[in-house]
Design a protein around this ligand. Structure first.
Ligand code: FAD
Length: 455
């Protein structure tokens, strides 16, 4: 065998790539990683982290409002977008630096460049340099899909640009019905922006439990977000500082910003996959086996570029499992069957396991337990929003198949419920668990009445 420059070359310094590089180096491998933009990748630079900071910002309005019912009077609260963005940028820069220095501390060679495959075991950098490696890991993530081919599509921004806006718009049109679209609609509405959500289907959040979807749409509408379902943009025209948006149904909207969040696609364009013989699927995703091995021996892929479950903790697990398997001599497969996930709208929702619809489709006979209640805090604050909790239980085995929450702290509650589901908890185990009172989460262990559809 001829000598190679590295044991492992990682393309992409995001969640999956960074984890894989660090763990492989910890096993003694000689590792290099190439990142064409900023270390940390989507999650840290233009995804989960900055988004959650904006979510926090968007919720202070509620706090000020609700405080009155608890006896507080405060002066006129004002909001400054530029302060938020500057502070967010500082925090992101801090995290980016930590990501890169953690790699260096493990002895990983960090390159700030684009890399492309030029064959099995070989990559080319932007400056033309060729590098060989025994193993190559592709962890290039995904990119926002562009809004279709309509006149004025160039005026539409994506989630990549939204974090860099200089000013907060007064009005926004958000396109899409996935979690990123509803989260941004909720963020902007919370910051006082007149918000319209345009989605080509009849409901948001396809794939989530129907009760959560309906409950969220009701809550978003209750918070003043205009929901235009079964609708699409047919054109965007500049009108001075504003935009004129034409709709498929014949209507139109005036707005200051159009944000598209209609989905994401794997970042495989121009990556040289053909030159190495790496096979991709219909969306351009890299096809891998359960050990993240592509169709070419020695080339692996993890994270969003494989389009399995496009979430940070999953990319991290896949990267870690790859390094354990290939460099730690400990074969690890990632279990994609029980992945908790949250949507950070206000109110937020979170879910783990099967929706009622998915469980039925798999042939389960179900018992359903649902609670819809006004959280204690809302009694005095006067806020008229209800929390929804739902357990989907297999009738034959009593196993809890799904846990779904819409309401404050849903993500925190469901993360813990996920432990129970991971352990195979039955409804009887939830019942045997002592409630923590007063909390919202206690509802999950005090649900006794089976839900029956209204006669
Ligand atoms: P990425 O993190 O995308 O990293 C890929 C990296 O590769 C990028 O830095 C890119 O610049 C680099 N790259 C690409 N091509 C090349 C090349 N040829 N050469 C060199 N470098 C290259 N997930 C959650 O779990 N929770 C959330 O709340 C959440 N919120 C999100 C909000 C938004 C707005 C978005 C867009 C995503 C969100 N996600 C969330 C998803 C999460 O960010 C991704 O699942 C995760 O980042 C995937 O990690 P990855 O390693 O596969 O790819």
């Amino acid at each position: 065998m001829t000598a190679t420059d590295y044991d492992l070359f990682v393309i992409g310094g995001g969640s999956g790539g960074v984890r894989a590089a660090r763990i492989a180096a910890g096993y003694g491998a000689k590792v290099a990683i190439a990142e064409e933009d900023r270390y940390g990748g989507t999650c840290v630079i233009r995804g989960c982290v900055p988004k959650k900071l904006l979510v926090y910002a968007s919720r202070y309005g509620d706090e000020f409002e609700d405080a009155r019912g608890f006896g507080w009077t405060s002066g006129l609260a004002t909001f400054d977008w530029r302060t938020l963005i500057a502070n967010k940028d500082r925090e992101i820069a801090r995290l980016e630096q930590i990501y890169e220095s953690n790699l260096k501390a493990k002895g990983v060679v960090t390159l700030k460049t684009r890399a492309e495959l030029i064959g099995p075991g070989a990559v080319k950098l932007s400056d033309g340099q060729r590098i060989t490696a025994r193993t190559i890991l592709i962890a290039t993530g995904g990119r926002p899909s562009r809004y279709g081919d309509i006149p004025g599509a160039n005026h539409i921004i994506t989630s990549n640009e939204v974090f860099e806006l200089e000013d907060l718009p007064k009005r926004i049109v958000v396109c899409g019905g996935g979690y990123i679209a509803v989260e941004f609609a909720s963020i902007f509405a919370g910051l006082g922006v007149e918000t319209t959500l345009v989605h080509r289907r009849d409901k948001v959040l396809r794939g989530f439990d129907e009760d959560l979807r309906d409950g969220l749409m009701e809550a978003l509408a209750g918070r003043g977000i205009r929901l235009l379902m079964n609708e699409a943009l047919t054109g965007v025209a500049r009108d001075g500082a504003a935009y004129h948006v034409a709709l498929r149904g014949g209507g139109s909207l005036e707005t200051d910003l159009v944000l598209s969040a209609i989905g994401r696609e794997p970042a495989t364009k121009g990556l040289g996959l053909d030159s190495a013989g790496v096979r991709t699927g219909a969306k351009g995703e890299i096809i891998v086996d359960s050990f993240s091995q592509t169709t070419v021996p020695g080339i692996f892929a993890v994270g969003d570029v494989t389009d399995r479950a496009n979430l940070t903790p999953v990319a991290i697990r896949e990267g870690h499992a790859f390094a354990d398997t290939v460099f730690g001599k400990r074969p690890v497969q990632v279990d994609h069957s029980l992945i908790p996930t949250a949507v950070f709208t206000t109110p937020e929702l979170a879910t783990v396991g099967l929706s009622e619809e998915a469980a039925r489709a798999l042939g389960h006979e179900l018992d359903l337990y649902k609670a819809r209640f006004r959280p204690m805090r809302n009694t005095i604050s006067g806020r008229n929003e209800r929390t929804l909790m739902k357990l989907v239980v297999d009738r034959g085995t009593d196993r809890v198949l799904g846990c779904h929450v819409l309401g404050p702290d849903a993500a925190e509650i469901v993360q813990m419920a996920a432990v129970a589901l991971q352990l195979g908890a039955r409804k009887a185990d939830f019942d045997a668990t002592v409630a923590l009172h007063p909390s919202a989460g206690e509802e999950l262990v005090t649900l006794r009445e089976k839900w029956a559809p209204p006669a």
